[in-house]
Design a protein around this ligand. Structure first.
Ligand code: PLP
Length: 821
């Protein structure tokens, strides 16, 4: 049960010692925050031993290491999850209980390290958890943003962004490693020198440079003593003025360097699936990539390997195009610093680098203006020119005379550097993140590349870690499953949940299952009462849509449907409606006006609906502020309906859908992303599927869309909802508040396609699906069956499965066992 090396008495003493040394306090007079710190440091102390052993074993076994390069790691709170993975959660709970301290309350003292936007960053965090759990040596490499994702406040229905000073009280789990500091250079010019054999040497001059300082965060494997590292880089000025000959020139130079360094890691850009073209963002990208690659190369040499053996020992997995400057930086290091020939360097680079594509949406594609790029990274730009020259030559060879191909495929084009093209040209593997997404890449978006190099393309359907999203998020359900299966092994083998399937015909088990759901709904209801001061009925259907706010994710379709239901209740008070609580949670990027208007609309509808006594509380709308990993865990466990309603073809995979499924929520969704595979696993009869297919959406898009006025004119219920956007019903009488939303659906002022995301086109089909949800829920036993079968069928969606596929097809790394000595 417990890890024997975790001695309860010793642990309690350790906490008391920490309180004394850190705060000069005892358990009785320490604040919750101080207790959280003291407990976390005591846990870290235990982690340290395993961490050291892991590094030792890794060296001894001469392991090939996975380096996961990502601008984002949305790790969530560490304390509870670490205890789960160390198999000591219950012991620590007891130890604290004896000291009169509640572990749950301490967990709430931890600020979420919000070093990510949404799905992409959370995926990186799930992957690190799975890598450590499966025993693969791995490093996450990213940025230690001083301010993570902003904290969201809702004021008068509007989103307000508050800086997230997550390091305010320090972060107990990180470890500063100044001995690994790397210098990173920006700007200046390149001088070419020739040696006696006429070999060119490229020398960067007049550059500005900063120090990248490493912080390591331990990533703990489940029950295996493995501890991998998440390496995040901080930027510091290089201060090297000599105190003896201190003149004003030195001084001003130092101040200048300080300014260069200061802002690089200040903030995480809050754009999800959207490219903004900010110079500072490119600086961030090169900063962490250069630091990570220099450091990887040093480690390789320190372990006694030749640079030419690199591809046997390291694999760089690039999480989207954000880290793809790695391709050129690795070439620079190998050619300029290590003296390899271009061909040798390219051979290594293309065997070390693999690329994961996360989106097909054009607004998300990174295309840096060449003038900006070459000014900030002059040598890297030269290298990209050479990569492009050789790549274009290859295209010419394969498609002689086809200049159109070259235009479509080259890396440099129209004054821009196309990062996805750079990644595909260099990487030996290009993967999509769900089967449908990969097929769209191969046959639509990246068709030219697939035709020329089909061997590079492969699919890796995303997954999520059950340690966080089941064991930690839903202890009640985890205990029940353990009891029913007679084993805890599903913690590392999620497929075992299929053995729950026979229980779908066991009335007793079904009512236990729904009893647990009810308890989790009570927990969420208490959270909502505390944070929103809204009373919700736990016997209502909890219908949940939580994810970043984006037009393609169609929160607008959901809220327009709520407006429709409300109208129906008012017009037909005689009809019966099953009580429903519509729960939303979503951050909008600070500069995304339309997304913010949708948040305001949701809150306006909530205001009207929640305060209308005539509908007897049959309908409630709740907007949960500051959606993030810690409250997500509470939300998934409590959901009945999982809204996954993106416009088909737009959501590459989704991972929220998997977390809901794991916790026994039923998917209401389109045939998009991983929903397709979810339905395949659970059976179409245990989900509610609606809407256009991806083929239909793509077909309409190619033909300039459709005419939404036809729907407006034919369906009076939809018409009424649309009219309510501009008649003051939801704007406190302000008819202009939602005019832009109305226009975007019917006749956009900017000449773009009307109803680009097919909200009205899918409305009727969504409404039908929602009616089926209502009918299904009335039959409590039928619903319980569906819910249980969702949990029982989620085995495929463990990130453990995803990681094993990456290992088998791309990484080819080997497991290690961390020794007991
Ligand atoms: C899983 C997760 C996401 C991704 O959700 P999608 O529905 O797949 O977009 C975003 N944010 C948080 C906090 C998550 O846990």
């Amino acid at each position: 049960m417990f890890d024997t090396r975790f001695d309860k008495k010793k642990f309690q003493t350790e906490i008391q010692e920490n309180l004394k040394n850190l705060f000069r306090k005892s358990v009785e007079d320490a604040s919750s925050q101080e207790l959280f710190q003291a407990v976390s440091f005591a846990v870290k102390e235990v982690i340290m031993d395993d961490w050291m052993k892991t590094k030792k074993t890794e060296k001894k076994e001469e392991s090939k290491v996975v380096v996961y390069l990502s601008m984002e790691f949305l790790v969530g709170r560490a304390l509870g999850n670490n205890l789960i993975n160390m198999k000591n959660y219950k012991m620590v709970e007891e130890a604290l209980d004896e000291l009169g301290v509640d572990l749950n309350a301490l967990e709430d003292e931890e600020r979420d390290p919000a070093l990510g936007n949404g799905g992409l960053g959370r995926l990186a965090a799930c992957f690190l958890d799975s890598l450590a759990t499966l025993g693969y040596p791995a490093y996450g490499c990213g940025i230690r943003y001083r301010y993570g994702m902003f904290r969201q406040k809702i004021e008068e229905g509007y989103q307000k962004e508050i800086p997230d000073d997550w390091l305010m009280n320090g972060y107990p789990f990180e470890l500063r490693r100044p001995e690994y500091t790397q210098e990173v250079r920006f700007g200046g010019n390149i001088r070419v020198e020739h040696d006696e054999f006429n070999n060119a040497k490229f020398i960067q001059e007049n550059y500005q440079s900063v120090n990248a300082v490493l912080y390591e965060i331990p990533i703990i494997g489940y029950n295996n003593h493995m501890v991998n590292s998440l390496c995040v880089w901080d930027a510091e000025p290089i201060v090297n003025f000599r105190l003896d000959s201190f003149d004003s020139g030195d001084y001003y130079k130092a101040v200048e360097q300080e300014n260069v360094a200061r802002n690089i890691v200040d903030v995480l850009y809050p754009n999800d699936n959207h490219y903004a073209g900010k110079e500072l963002r490119l600086k961030q990208q090169y900063f962490f990539i250069s630091a990570s690659l220099q450091s990887a190369l040093k480690a390789l040499k320190e372990r006694g390997y030749a640079v030419k053996e690199m591809d046997k020992k390291i694999i760089f997995q690039m999480n989207d195009t954000h880290p793809t400057v790695a391709v050129a930086e690795l070439m620079r290091l190998l050619v300029d610093e290590e003296g390899l020939s271009w061909e040798e360097a390219w051979g290594i680079t293309s065997k070390c680098c693999a690329y994961t594509n996360h989106t097909i949406m054009s607004e998300a594609l990174e295309k840096w203006p060449i003038d900006l790029f070459s000014r900030l990274l002059p040598r890297i730009y030269q290298i990209i020119q050479e990569i492009d020259r050789r790549f274009v030559e290859q295209i010419h060879q394969r498609y002689p005379g086809n200049e159109e191909k070259v235009r479509r495929m080259s890396i440099l084009c129209d004054g821009q550097v196309r990062m996805a093209h750079l990644a595909i040209a260099a990487a030996f593997s290009v993967n999509g993140v769900a089967r449908l997404h990969t097929e769209i890449l191969k046959h639509q978006e990246l068709k030219d590349f697939y035709e020329m190099m089909p061997e590079k393309f492969n699919n890796k359907t995303n997954g999520v870690t059950q340690r966080r999203f089941l064991l930690h998020a839903n202890p009640e359900l985890s205990n029940w499953i353990t009891d029913k299966l007679g084993t805890e092994d599903f913690a590392t083998n999620l497929e075992l949940l299929e053995n729950l399937k026979p229980l779908a015909d066991n009335d007793n088990a079904l009512s236990e299952f729904m009893g647990i759901k009810r308890k989790n709904k009570e927990r969420l209801a208490a959270y909502i009462k505390k944070h929103n001061n809204i009373e919700v009925d736990v016997d209502s259907i909890f219908d949940v849509q939580v994810k970043r706010l984006h037009e393609y994710k169609r929160q607008l379709l959901n809220i327009l449907h709520v407006m429709y239901v409300y109208n129906q209740m008012k017009e037909h008070p005689e009809k019966s409606y099953y009580k429903r609580t519509y729960i939303f949670g979503a951050k909008a990027s600070a500069g995304y006006t339309r997304a913010k208007e949708i948040i305001k609309l949701i809150n306006s509808v909530a205001e009207v609906v929640n305060n209308d006594r005539s509908i007897n509380g049959k309908l409630k709308v709740v907007f949960i502020e500051d959606y993030r990993v810690s409250n997500a865990e509470i939300i998934f466990a409590a959901a009945d309906v999982s809204e996954q309603i993106s416009t088909a073809s737009k959501e590459a995979s989704g991972t929220g859908n998997m977390k809901f499924m794991m916790n026994g929520a039923v998917t209401l969704g389109t045939m998009d992303g991983a929903n397709v595979e979810i339905v395949e696993e659970v059976g179409r009869e245990n989900a509610f599927i609606f809407g256009l297919s991806s083929e239909e959406v793509i077909h309409f898009e190619k033909n300039g869309g459709y005419n939404p006025w036809d729907i407006y004119n034919q369906d009076q219920d939809i018409r009424k909802v649309l009219d309510q956007l501009v008649d003051g019903t939801y704007g406190n009488g302000d008819k202009e508040l939602y005019r832009n939303i109305y226009d975007s659906l019917l006749s956009p002022k900017d000449g773009s396609m009307a109803d680009m995301y097919f909200i009205l086109k899918d409305f009727a089909s969504y409404r039908d699906a929602q009616e089926q949800v209502d009918a299904a829920y009335r039959d409590q036993k039928r619903w319980a069956k569906m819910a249980l079968l969702n949990t029982a069928s989620c085995g495929k969606f463990s990130s453990d499965r995803t990681i094993e596929e990456y290992v088998a097809d791309i990484w080819h790394s080997k497991k290690i066992k961390v020794g007991e000595e």
